[in-house]
Design a binder for this molecule. Structure first.
Ligand SMILES: C[S@@+](CC[C@H](N)C(=O)[O-])C[C@H]1O[C@@H](n2cnc3c(N)ncnc32)[C@H](O)[C@@H]1O
Length: 309
């Protein structure tokens, strides 16, 4: 039996789960995602099936439950000037407002899959201390050059589709006239063959999970992990990557604080359509995770942070 106890995560973190499923031996994840997580922790590798998990509701702090329903305060002003969860446009148009809402100015932010730095094009220069790395610059997001608990935020946007994890470049997604696409979304290299290594969509998840574990190491408690991802149909099965990641990261001590949907403004063109079975995806996600303090896993914000009213 694989143990699923995560240091610092207690049953109170998941009060919506039946008691039996809150124990260390009963994860809320489907067994394949579960096994992959266990393997990531153990430094090994496991194949996954095509199960999907459900989105869990936000954890409720024990203090909030004890205090009962909050008293209504007659403060604040009516406004439509708020950050919204869904956007039609490019990542660069959405990203600054995500940072403004979730990362205090002056913070140390490591973008560990920098690519061409497109996310940062409209972020005012000097607002953050930005540490830019990528596999293309010799830094693997699964093995970062930062000490434990040092960073305020990490940005993670690895290749999100299984077609970018192939063993020879001829089979990589985005061949021929789509080479620019491949260059934008991956380092354009084939995936090294390792016996027993996860393949296809499981390879995508494996990278996200290992990079998530490394991000957790370098983040301070209540630091912010911003993850870009897109769902995909792999081997003709619907894989809701964002759901799989939210559940898997929750198991490792992250709280999913927010979710943004980005809808591309143009219609995708299908080169060789035979019969459509699934809706063509024209949206992706930014997921915002908070690294929980293992000593106080029910606290979703720093003790001295003001409660938004
Ligand atoms: C979707 S692109 C990132 C685009 C980037 N967010 C931007 O704004 O330009 C994915 C990037 O992940 C990088 N990558 C792939 N595997 C990686 C790894 N193991 N560690 C670090 N970077 C990796 C690729 O080189 C590629 O630049």
């Amino acid at each position: 039996m694989v143990s699923t106890r995560i240091a610092g995560v207690t049953s109170a973190t998941y009060p919506w789960l039946p008691t039996k499923r809150r124990t260390s031996a009963h994860s809320c994840l489907p067994r394949p995602v579960h096994n992959l997580l266990a393997a990531v922790r153990a430094g090994g590798q496991v194949r996954m099936g095509a199960h999907m998990a459900q989105v869990a509701p936000e954890p409720v702090a024990a203090e909030q439950v004890a205090a009962g329903p909050a008293r209504r305060r007659q403060t604040g002003v009516a406004s439509t000037d708020v950050t919204l969860s869904a956007h039609v446009g490019a990542n660069a148009e959405v990203f600054p407002s995500i940072l403004a809402l979730h990362v205090p100015p002056g913070g140390r932010v490591a973008d560990v899959t920098w690519g061409k730095g497109a996310f940062w094009r409209k972020v005012p220069a000097g607002r953050y201390e930005v540490l830019a790395t990528d596999l293309q610059t010799g830094v693997d997001c699964r093995d970062l050059p930062y000490p434990d608990g040092e960073l305020d935020a990490v940005v993670l946007d690895p290749p999100y589709m299984e077609g970018l994890f192939r063993r020879d470049t001829g089979h990589l997604a985005g061949s021929g006239t789509h080479a620019a696409f491949r260059g934008r979304y991956s380092n354009g290299a084939a995936t090294e063959h390792v016996d027993g290594a996860p393949r296809y969509h499981d390879a995508v998840l494996d990278l996200y999970l290992r990079a998530g574990a490394e991000a957790k190491r370098v983040l301070r408690n209540h630091g912010v992990l911003i993850v870009k991802c897109q769902d995909e149909v792999s081997a003709n099965r619907q894989r809701l990557t964002h759901v799989e990641l939210i559940n898997a990261y929750a198991e490792t001590g992250f709280y999913c604080k927010d979710l943004f949907v980005v809808v591309r403004p143009n219609r995708p063109v299908i080169a060789r359509l035979l019969r459509q079975e699934h809706a063509r995806k024209n949206h992706s996600y930014f997921l915002i995770f908070i690294k929980l303090d293992p000593a106080h896993p029910n606290r979703i914000r720093r003790p001295r942070e003001p409660h938004p009213s």
